[in-house]
Design a protein around this ligand. Sequence first.
Ligand SMILES: Cc1ncc(COP(=O)(O)O)c(C=O)c1O
Length: 400
Amino acid sequence: MSFLASSLGKIKASPTIAVAMKAAELKAAGKDIISLGMGEPDFDTPENIKNVAIEAIKKGDTKYTAVDGTAALKKAIIGKLKRENNLEYKPSEICVSTGAKQVIFNALLATINAEDEVIIPAPYWVSYPDMVLLAGGNPVIVESSAENNFKITPAALEAKITPKTKWIILNSPSNPTGACYSGSELKALSEVLLRHPQVNVMADDIYEHLIFDDLKFATIAEIEPKLKEHTLIVNGVSKAYAMTGWRIGYGAGPEKLLKAMSTIQSQSTSSPSSVSQAAAVEALNGVQDYVHSSKKVFQARRDMVVAMLNKIEGIKCNTPNGAFYVFPSCKGLYGKKTSTGKAIENDNDFATYLLEEALVAVVPGVAFGAADFFRISYAASEEFLQNSMQRIAEACAKLK
Ligand SMILES: Cc1ncc(COP(=O)(O)O)c(C=O)c1O
């Protein structure tokens, strides 16, 4: 009898975390490593949010709360969803969790029966397929192309739907590509989904506020109200308010689903941190200066990084409309050799070469279901980014 559960054999540790660990290892060995693998804003949590958390601690707001979140935070979330997304929810339709990641995990555990299928557009966030596998379901990948800005077409979606399809996970703006679906693109996808009522939508809106070029954020339940009863909104404060370490995410959707998610949470982590919940109320209700200012900074960094990457022979980079990632192709460098005579044959070889030669850590596209690309997070200072792009350019120039 094996000691470890057989489900563990189906999954791997998060590749993005693996890259960060490899970079940390080399750093500890004295190498001057630059890591562009991280998925979190480099800014500090805004002062007003920190101050409310300190007050909460002083007031003794330090006990368990209701499993699915405090009444104050649920009210703030309901207010946010109405104000920003034009969607109405009741407190019983909200569940606050320890990060958006737990929201997704809870939802999959609450709904997946053996062999149920979950459609995941590629390139995808690394955790989606593995979470589906852990829940006992089958991930079904829909491909997209760089030419279509990494967005799936309605026809490609429809081709993957079967009677066993339970969910599609839509992540816009996307990690890893930064791709954003417009309202009309979501409308076109919703027309397919309305023909298949067994399919529910998990709308992972965690990068909602990181959207550029005056594009308006859209979420599918707002665009097609008939889908609201089939949609779980996944969101949180991690990326929008530089609060990754506070671990607050939330789900909004049909009461039956949210109740089941809360039951699962009650038997795993119970309520999210009381102090973090108080901070999240301030994030959602307080001044939104940080949201506006960080967006401008990220857009300027994106422009700089895309321009520098596209100057490198063999690298091709789209200009994404959101999040803080770029997803360039390294295919143009295949066949070239390093100074030790090793040929670059795939994105893994390229990422390894960058780590060893340029001392820059990036994540190979294959981790996101898209070989021939690599992900760079530009959640870092301009000086740091300039230095790393320079290093990448020099390393690429050395390939013969
Ligand atoms: C697409 C996507 N969804 C969800 C999450 C999880 O966010 P949280 O930190 O709130 O758990 C991340 C974090 O990297 C993400 O990139």
